[in-house]
Every structure is written in C-alpha cells, then in structure tokens.
Design a protein around this ligand. Structure first.
Ligand code: PMP
Length: 432
C-alpha cells in the first residue's frame, strides 16, 4: 500500500501542530511511531485515506461512531441544525427533548446537565460529589481512564491503601494525594482502601465495564459490593459511562448489572459523532450544581443545537429493533474467527468481548485487571496493527483499545477481516 500522501501531511503537521496530532494516541507512538494514516473520507463501516486506500474501520473514533460513519439520519439532523444556526447561548427545545430521552433510557438520571466532552462530564461529577459530601478524596481503579483533568491522571502509590502520584507533568502532588487507586475487580484491595480512608472519601469513580484496558467486565458481585461499601462510608458512587452508555444495550452498563450509581458521566455515543458530554444523577445531588447550588459548572458550547440534534438522531437509530442483537452476532462472528485463526497459526491470544466490542490481547492471560492487560505483548500488537493496516483494516493503535463494531458492518466485512487476521497471524507465527 502507498502511504506517501499521509507521510507528507504528517511532515507538514509536525511543523504546526504539537507532535503532529491533536490527541496523543493518534501519533502511533504505542505501535512504533512513524506517520499515522490520514483519513480523507468515511462512510458506513469504511474509511478512505488521502492516498486512496480503503479500510474497514474498527476504531469508530474510539467508540462514538456506533451507527457507522455519515449515517444519513444523523447527517440530516446535523444539516438541519447547521441551517438553523449552530450556537445560540440560550436554552432550546432540543435540550429538553434529549434530556428526556436520556432519562428514559437511564432511570438513575433524575436530572442531567450537558457539557462538551467526557472529561468535562467526569470532572464535574467529582466536583459535585465533593460539594455534596464536603470531603475531598476519591478512589479510582487502576488503568481506567476518566479524561485528562488533574485528579484522574494519577497512578497508584506503592500499595492499595497508599495515596496516588501524578501520572503527568504539571499536576500538583497535592492533587494526586487526594486520589487513591486500587486494582479493578479486587474487592479486598478496595475494602483495605475504604477501611483506611472511607470517612474522607467523597466518591468512588468506576467504569462499570472497563473500556480503557480493553473490554473488561466486573466480577460477579463486584459492583454491588463497591456500591454497598461506598454508601456505608457516606460516599457517592460515580459511574463513568463515557464509553459504555449505549454501547452494549440501549441505555447504560448500570442496567446490564441492575445497579444504580449516585451519578453518571457520559459522552462519545450520545453525541452521534459531535462533541458532547453529559452528567446526571440523583436530584438532591444534582441540586448542588449552579444555578441551584454552590458547585459551579458552565459552558459556552454546552447543549449546542448541533450536538443535541446529532445525539437525538443517534439514539433514534439505536432504538430500532434488533440493533444490539445484530452487534452481538457480528461481534461473536468476529471473535470466533479471530480465535480460530490464532489457534491455526499457533499465536497465543485471549479475547474479551461484550456485544459489538472486543479486545485481542497477545498472550494466554485472561484479562480481568490492568496488570494482566499490561502483560499483553505490545510488540506483537504493534506488528499485528501494521499487518492489518496494510490489508485495509483500521484498528486503534494501542494494545489496550477495543475493536468497535458499528451497525453498518456486514458479515462480509467480518469475514474479510478474519481472513486478514489469519494472514497477519501466519506472518507473526514465526515469533512464537
Ligand atoms: N471516560 C472514559 C471512560 C473514556 O474512555 C474517555 C475517553 N476515552 C473519557 C472519560 C474522556 O472523554 P473525552 O475524550 O471526551 O474527554
């Protein structure tokens, strides 16, 4: 495949945009660097790059594009919004309509507020939890990503009951000291942390189904125990459903397990591809937010008519019969195909899948926490990633990311992908 136009654009970008990209993982650092592929056009399950190469896409823009690229219903809604003026700075009917749709889909949302990104949504839930409880510390789970605000770019200290250290330059140690990180799916570690810090904890921040070191489900009973212990300590449970809302079912991961958090943060899919975030939860907690309460949060672009229209249209597509069954069937076909090809080639992998999202880890370890995901062979993934892109299959450039299916992928796309996986594994087999 010829990537010469992508290479040229990358050279140009390096002169103007820091690192050539507007979000670090796009730089392919985790897969050996070099010029990333510059996409030119997208439709349904496909991408065409600036050199004219065609790809089947499993990046789905890191999750939001569940209905495929350029879905006509969403495109029409965005066009209508564009023609009516994209930003008013006043309330609109669309906000009410969309808020009602979210509340109907996710019953724990007694009140909601729209913002512009997942980061903003999670950041505000943390502030509101602190305002509500009058406490400052939070607990999060290792390897989970909650956006790029200071309090969540924090690593574990030297044990489950130690305070965190900054995971990025520019974050004050004092901020990290208010964050405790424990391994996901490790109830004993969580109990130890809560025994030590429980009365200082404002909130426990949970990805109910992890999406940031692959797709990792909670052990049976884990989420309920986290809820019970957190509430016993007078703290709040925040679910970060930025990836999971509307990904596995029409609604949220909390409904998959029938557990209600106190607050939920969302983003990605609910914007239909346009920038969005939203948070919500129990009414008495949400009443902390300005203009009703003392916790401040605002946004020039928040609730803008274009994002609202795109989000409503996306949810309307997802309400159609059989959407999630279809994603599940396609996901199962893809998983089965990958597993068979790995066995044929003798490449050790393990796959985690839920509905239309899966992760392929290179190694035998079944992944239930971040340490196990870290063991997945990054060099093997990097080789796999390159072999796939050269065959016209676009994956996220990181061993930790999921492959996301859309409603537009076909069985034929899956079979083409599985053949490409087989070719890649055959080439990789020499290594194992
Ligand atoms: N929370 C989770 C679970 C996420 O996966 C992400 C983004 N990958 C965020 C928060 C941050 O969202 P955004 O990139 O829209 O700020």
């Amino acid at each position: 495949m010829d990537f010469s136009q992508s290479k040229e654009l990358h050279e140009e970008a390096l002169d103007h945009i820091v690192g050539g990209v507007n979000s670090p993982s796009r730089a392919y650092k985790a897969v050996g660097g070099g010029a990333p592929v510059y996409m030119d056009r997208a439709r349904g399950a496909y991408f065409w790059d600036v050199d004219g190469n065609k790809y089947i896409d499993y990046l789905a823009a890191y999750g939001p594009i569940i209905t495929g690229h350029g879905h006509p219903h969403i495109a029409e809604a965005i066009t209508r919004a564009a023609n009516n003026g994209v930003l008013y700075g006043t309330p609109t009917k669309l906000e009410n309509k969309f808020a009602k749709m979210l509340k109907e889909a996710i019953p724990s949302l007694e009140k909601v507020r729209f913002v512009n990104s997942g980061t903003e949504a999670v950041m505000t839930t943390v502030r509101v939890a602190r305002a509500y409880t009058g406490r400052t510390k939070i607990i999060k789970f290792a390897g989970c990503y909650h956006g790029h605000f200071d309090s969540v770019l924090v690593q574990a200290g030297s044990g489950p009951a130690t305070l965190g250290t900054p995971d990025s330059a520019g974050i004050p140690k004092a901020v990290a000291a208010d964050v405790i990180t424990v391994p996901f799916n490790d109830l004993e570690a969580f109990k130890t942390a809560m025994d030590r810090w429980g009365d200082q904890i404002a909130a426990v921040l949970v990805e109910p189904i992890v999406g940031n070191f692959g797709i990792v489900e909670p052990h049976q009973g884990f989420l309920q125990a986290v809820n019970d212990i957190t509430h016993d300590a007078g703290a709040l449970v925040i679910y970060d459903e930025v990836i999971t809302a509307f990904r596995f079912t029409y609604g949220s991961a909390q409904q998959v397990y029938n557990i209600e958090p106190d607050m939920t943060a969302m983003g990605k899919i609910i914007g239909g591809g346009l920038p969005i975030g939203a948070y919500g939860g129990r009414q008495d907690i949400m009443e902390q937010v300005a203009p009703l309460g003392p916790a401040y949060q605002a946004g020039t672009m928040a609730g803008n008519p274009a994002s609202m229209a795109a989000g409503i249209a996306c949810l309307e597509v997802l309400q159609q019969d059989g959407v999630y069954d279809r994603l599940d069937k396609l996901g199962a076909r893809l998983e089965k195909g990958i597993v068979v090809k790995a066995a044929d080639a003798g490449v050790p992998i393990s796959v985690n899948r839920l509905c239309g999202a899966l992760t392929v880890y290179f190694g035998d370890t079944k992944v239930t926490n971040y340490d196990q995901a870290e063991e997945s062979d990054g060099e093997a993934f990097a080789q796999f990633f390159r072999l796939m892109i050269e065959q016209g299959i676009n994956l996220a450039p990181s061993k930790y990311e999921a492959w996301f299916l859309t409603t537009e992928h076909t069985e034929a796309d899956i079979d083409t992908t599985v053949d490409a996986v087989g070719n890649a594994f055959k080439k990789m087999a020499e290594k194992f």
